[in-house]
Design a protein. Structure first.
Length: 105
């Protein structure tokens, strides 16, 4: 399903003032549209919360749940495993007073 042609969902590590500490080079949009929403929300509930057209922010307590969804996805989507691992490595940089922000367009 390639309904995201030209769309970009950026991932940033930000501090509590909203200042960007680091940006990921990965376009996360393909991980939002890989399945229809009913399947996505049932099988990957934390991935399903990412808004492809708006901003979604995760705190340090929420990231482990998102990581679990991504790890599950990597076992079921082997052609994207290296990119998924890059995303996991990036979002695990989160710490107290830092946030992972997905910025859709």
């Amino acid at each position: 399903m390639n309904s995201y042609s030209g769309q970009f969902v950026e991932i940033k590590l930000q501090n509590e003032r909203g200042e960007t500490i680091e940006k990921s080079p990965i376009n996360f949009v393909e991980f939002i549209y890989f399945a229809d929403y009913p399947i996505l929300s049932k099988e990957y509930p934390w991935l399903a919360t990412i808004d492809p057209f708006g901003d979604t922010v995760f705190n340090v307590l929420q990231i482990p749940n998102l990581v679990k969804d991504l790890e599950k996805l990597s076992t079921e989507n082997t052609e994207k495993i290296s990119t998924i691992k890059e995303v996991i490595t990036f979002i695990k940089k989160i710490d107290t007073h830092l946030y992972i922000k997905f910025i859709g367009d």
